[in-house]
Design a protein around this ligand. Sequence first.
Ligand code: CTP
Length: 402
Amino acid sequence: MVNHKNILLGVSGGIAVYKACALASKLTQKGANVKVMMTESATEFVTPLTFQALSRNPVYIDTFEEKSPEKIAHIDLADWADIALIAPATANIIGKLANGIADDMLSTTLLATQADVYIAPAMNVHMYGHPAVIKNMKQLEDWGYYFIEPGAGYLACGYVGKGRLEEPESIIEAIETHQQREPFLAGKKVLISAGPTREIIDPVRFFTNRSTGKMGFALAEVAADLGAEVTLVTGPVTIQSAHPRINRIDVTTAEEMHDAMHRYFTEQDIVIKSAAVADYRPKHSYNEKMKKQDGDWHIKMERTKDILQSLGEIKSSQYLVGFAAETENALEYGKQKLAKKNLDAIVINDVSSEGAGFGGDTNIITYVNKLMIEDEVALASKKEIAEKILTFIDRDMKDELH
Ligand code: CTP
């Protein structure tokens, strides 16, 4: 798979640089065209000459050392690369990329490239667990960067734990597996709803629920990665971004989500309703802040529109998928929703089980299609679950189960 590919190997400064030598060598042996870019600190560990010999190409370190007058090296290399791999990736280069800092050859080139970027971190176990590093990695993941998780084991700093650069063979295997993944949603239009809704009481108060939007955003990002043209209608969430190729529509109330979903619905191939929509809203909302008074305050609630059901009533060729968040009899209630709302499939999650449901980065689901065939997915990251769900949908669409 890496044969004849142009691979830009970015080497940042950590003791694991020695493993990057093996990586450069193995990639070259597999037929890849490898060009190495080092940070200044990486050169403290291994000389550029080693990488030059292993890759049989010049090594790039200084942004201003232009080797050829016809080209601007960092742009030229950014365009040349089919794949960029940062290994080892230190907390520093991860932080720079996540914050758009371009102050050396490697960070500048990484901002300029359109290639698939793989990041293989290596650092001390406590650095790897630092909230700043976690936040930066999450940000990059949201933007579509692909991480090759560090292994656990003995670290050069004396600690035993997570942070050791993944072995060169495993890094190459991870890249090959990812590159071989068929963009099976290419040419498909996918509409996804995510997050909670807010039902307004007065200018300072609202009703909402515990949804954070993580599952819907994971679905949107994976669908975009798999080639789909994605529209993401989201309620209020703290997730800053979605993939640059996702058309994000922000809404607040169930009514606004209803209108946005209907606006985009007809032109879609796949519609996935993972939002946690409020079933009730205050019958009256006040323009001014309500002042407290003696005694109880009763708020009369009225039903919101069931968006999914309304889409089920008008659907033609769209493959329509709902979510069911349950705390008991999950499978039974989920299947009832599948039938009642005229869906093609439903994703059922028991939000009361450990590792599933709102807020976390993992989930456990059962996907049930129209034939009531069940596919269970055990505890996995929301991104992995998203990929499984999209694979089931693609399979069922090919079997014309809608
Ligand atoms: N849903 C919707 N509009 C609503 C309520 C729910 O579109 N007003 C959708 C959700 O996005 C989800 C599915 O319906 O895809 C099931 O939502 P859930 O909250 O599990 O169930 P409800 O239909 O609200 O039923 P109940 O509250 O009785 O469990």
